[in-house]
Design a protein around this ligand. Structure first.
Ligand SMILES: [Zn+2]
Length: 317
């Protein structure tokens, strides 16, 4: 979903309101990994049981985000969670990412929700994956939504929430839904403005962006014989520039430079002028994926299968 800039005129401590984990010295992190800290602010409107469920899920989500870089993108990040005012069937009906000194994901959950429902919802992984890129400011919405849409299912697979076949089925279904989205038909991605957000809408924007990142991931792995992956490439960008605000043209130029490739900028320039999500038949076939009547079937052997398995493989933490 959309990102928005948090105007940070307030310090970290004052962001916390009445934290559950307060200590005399300040808020205590919910979790720590390699010196990075995850903070949680839970609404007092939860009952005790749901509060415990949401806390357990935020821990799980934090671990899932480690599956991209093997570390969190920043030294500190924060999740806030509150029950949504209107009851509904969606476990996570609304979420926002606030970019600031401490990036914050603000979740609204169903008032009573189970751990399994939260764990299955793609929204959580999607929002967390937004933190993999530096804040882009305005423009090129498809780029940040694309990285979040690609990684939302990659993180689910690497965390064991879905199996490898389901991952590729989700990607196949997503690209198909993106092509069927008629709202922006015939328009170049670059022409689609920042007002294209909204949950469930604008599949073209989200999935055209996801196509871009899948294509890059496969090319990087293939060209480097598995040495370089999208995880590695983006992790390097995060190391140099994670706290910066960069335009997308700046990001792709930097990505090419720090990874010593000629790939990101050229594909970015072509993709932003592209008016439809390209066909994925040959891409899927090159990964050892057969599609019969809309269902994916994974080949077990062959170079395509090996490369494909690398994409969903869990990282040892
Ligand atoms: Zn998003």
């Amino acid at each position: 979903m959309r990102t928005r800039l948090l105007v940070v005129a307030i310090g970290l401590l004052s962001l916390f309101g009445a934290p559950l984990h307060a200590t005399p010295d300040g808020p205590e992190p919910l979790a720590e990994y390699r010196g990075s800290r995850l903070y949680l602010e839970l609404s007092p409107d939860y009952n005790a049981r749901t509060a415990a469920t949401v806390e357990r899920w935020v821990r799980f989500l934090g671990t899932a985000l480690l599956q991209a870089y093997g570390r969190w993108p920043r030294a500190a990040w924060r999740v806030s969670a509150a029950p949504a005012s209107a009851p509904g069937t969606d476990p996570l009906p609304w979420a926002l990412v606030h970019r600031g000194e401490v990036n914050t994901i603000e979740f609204y959950t169903a008032p009573r929700v189970s751990f399994e429902e939260l764990q299955r919802a793609w929204t959580g992984y999607h929002e967390a994956a937004h933190l993999l890129l530096p804040y882009r400011g305005w423009g090129d919405l498809w780029f940040s939504e694309g990285v979040a849409t690609y990684y939302q299912h990659i993180l689910q697979a690497r965390s064991g929430v879905i199996d490898e076949t389901t991952l590729w089925q989700y990607l196949y279904d997503g690209f198909r839904a993106g092509r069927a989205d008629e709202r922006w038909q015939g328009q170049a991605l670059a022409a689609i403005g920042s007002d294209a957000g909204g949950k469930g809408a604008d599949r073209r924007v989200y999935w055209h962006g996801a196509w871009f990142f899948l294509t890059l991931d496969v090319r990087l792995r293939r060209q480097s014989r598995g040495e370089l992956t999208l995880d590695t490439a983006l992790s390097r960008l995060n190391t140099c520039c994670g706290e910066a605000q960069m335009s997308v043209p700046e990001m792709v130029q930097r990505l090419d430079r720090i990874n010593d490739v000629v790939l990101f900028e050229s594909l970015y320039l072509r993709t932003r002028e592209s008016v439809a999500i390209p066909a994925t038949d040959s891409l899927f076939a090159s990964l050892g994926i057969d599609v019969v009547d809309g269902r994916v079937h994974l080949q077990e052997f062959g170079p395509g299968a090996t490369l494909r398995r690398g994409i969903s493989q869990a990282r040892a933490l």
